[in-house]
Design a protein around this ligand. Structure first.
Ligand SMILES: [Ca+2]
Length: 338
């Protein structure tokens, strides 16, 4: 009886703690305008049930452990050098084959505030000052590096690196608030994602909890220097990639785990990643959108929290906004029977 009474008091205390948040521990404390939105998930019947029983991603090689913090995006320059990656303290680093070297940065106001922290999450407080490059792509012809910086919008830096210059900070009168990924077509048009017009990257948890749909896909025209909105009212769009022949591009909505394609001219498409916390997963699709193969590390033993994947010379290079390493999967590790 006494045990039952104690349990009842504990439960009542927990209920009051959760309901009233007396110590302001709630993730939405400090967000008076927070609104939660109902997210209609796709019907289970249309969700593919392809699995990787061998957890093949566990065969990945872990590179640069402890040398790069939160390397979300990986890129190789037109001469095949790299990778280049954007890290948590706002710098863009270049692997010269032996060492990591500083290559570029997005903030003109870097200071001691951007000094090393023990974990990638330690930079959240000052990343609006230090910058946070989340998407990198090289223009194949000019060698310029285009950057989606979470706080400073769409930027560009020359092949020698240094301080990047701003290309776009707003679209159709609405500021970019969480620029996340990009790709470039043959004519130099840049397609990119802005994950939310309400929440910045350091508030990504509130964005996830809210389920809001102010994300956008945008296009920057290098001739007119105008940015137009191609898609709006989407939930936490992040990864964006052009098909190999440039006929269409693909973007994924993090809150729904859904990828959509949009034609630029006509047909085709390739490999996509889907991020997760512990569960590492990469999905490969046919040009028609058919799911061809899934590579997983279901318990997240070796590879987890994948942000982006770059295919290069038979290998998949995986970055993560939360981890301090790069994972590389050799496609030859895939058994031929699967
Ligand atoms: Ca990104």
């Amino acid at each position: 009886m006494a045990v039952g009474a104690v349990a009842a008091v504990v439960l009542l205390g927990l209920a009051l703690y959760c309901g009233l948040d007396p110590f302001n521990h709630s993730a939405i404390h400090g967000f008076p305008d927070f609104v939660s939105h109902k997210v209609e998930l796709p019907d289970w019947s249309i969700i593919p049930n392809v699995k990787d029983p061998l957890n093949l991603l566990q065969r990945s090689e872990i590179k640069f452990a402890g040398q790069v913090q939160g390397p979300e995006s990986l890129a190789f320059d037109p001469l095949g050098r790299g990778p280049y990656t954007g890290v948590a303290d706002g710098r863009i680093l270049f692997w010269d084959g032996h060492n990591w070297a500083d290559f570029a940065y997005t903030s003109a106001n870097r200071s001691g505030l951007c000094d090393p922290q023990p974990s990638p999450l330690g930079y959240l407080k000052n990343e609006h000052i230090c910058g946070r490059p989340l998407g990198l792509r090289f223009h194949k012809k000019t060698g310029d590096l285009y950057i989606a910086d979470a706080y400073f919008g769409l930027m560009k830096v020359g092949p020698e690196g240094g301080l990047a210059t701003s290309l776009a900070t707003e679209a159709e009168g609405v500021p970019l608030r969480f620029t996340n990924d990009l790709d470039i077509d043959e004519e130099g048009n840049v397609y990119f994602t802005d994950s939310s017009t309400n929440y910045q990257r350091r508030n990504f948890l509130q964005l996830v909890f809210s389920g809001e749909d102010t994300g956008r896909v945008l296009k920057y025209d290098p001739v007119t220097k105008e940015t137009t909105v191609l898609v709006k009212n989407i939930r936490f769009p992040n990864g964006l990639t052009l098909s190999k022949d440039g006929a269409f591009f693909l973007f994924c909505e993090g809150s729904l785990g859904r990828c959509n394609s949009l034609p630029i001219k006509a047909k085709y498409h390739y490999t996509v990643h889907i991020g997760g916390w512990q569960h590492g997963i990469i999905a490969k699709y046919s040009p028609e959108g058919e799911l061809l193969q899934v590579l997983e590390d279901r318990p997240g033993k070796v590879v987890r929290a994948i942000s982006e994947v770059e295919e290069r010379d038979g290998k998949l290079w995986m970055g993560s906004v939360l981890m301090s390493f790069v994972a590389v999967y050799d496609l030859d590790s895939t058994p031929t029977s699967s």
